[in-house]
Design a protein around this ligand. Sequence first.
Ligand code: AP5
Length: 214
Amino acid sequence: MNLILLGPPGAGKGTQAKMMVEEFCIPQISTGDILRAEVTSSSELGRKAKAYMDAGDLVPDDLILKMVKSRLAQKDCAEGFILDGFPRTIPQAEGLKSLLSELSKKLDGVVSIEVEDEELVKRLTSRWISKSTGKIYNMLFDPPPRDLIDSGDVYQRDDDKEATVRNRLQVYKKKTEPLINYYKRSGLLLSIPGSGEPGEVFACLKKTLYDKGL
Ligand code: AP5
């Protein structure tokens, strides 16, 4: 199953992708996670990407497409993949189309997770992540265990400050939201509400895929 998870920052793409990895045994490909790892290792790509990410702007399409091309060619994508946070622009979607055709693969669906803006700001400014497991927590809805806080295992992302979050939402509306109509036109769009509990959203996601025959 080859899927895209589409949605604004904080919609729960990462949270849902992790549940899908468990359920469907296919890898999550998060361009945000790959970029953060490149920044941490101070690679050439990481150095180029950092300023864009810190400001909440998009990293240039050519860098992203090169990165996704090498990731999709890896063996663990043979049975399927979940693209989380990619594509984010029309040129990236067009690039993905060519890339999949080169690899003789096709997209099965694009799941768009829908959540109101103020809820997104609330979620992101209270998100904490575990360094050791990658698990995503939320101080308001799903706080990390006390021992993880005390040991310094959980951290907040630099781009989760409110001003940067608001810029990320503007960038989403301008550059990424047009992909909803783009994929609607190709018959691949599957929209789900993302405002319930993560487990409820996941149940709805699975039902939507099942109803589509996936
Ligand atoms: P990226 O890391 O992809 O960030 P994003 O898309 O902004 O998404 P987030 O990770 O912030 O949110 P999410 O939807 O995954 O939500 P999550 O599950 O964590 O990108 C970061 C940066 O990298 C970009 O700004 C850009 O600079 C660059 N970049 C990445 N990809 C790029 C690309 N393709 N092109 C160009 N640049 C790119 O949940 C958020 C919080 O909400 C958590 O605390 C969670 O516990 C909580 N939560 C989740 N679900 C629920 C729920 N149902 N109810 C209550 N709380 C919930």
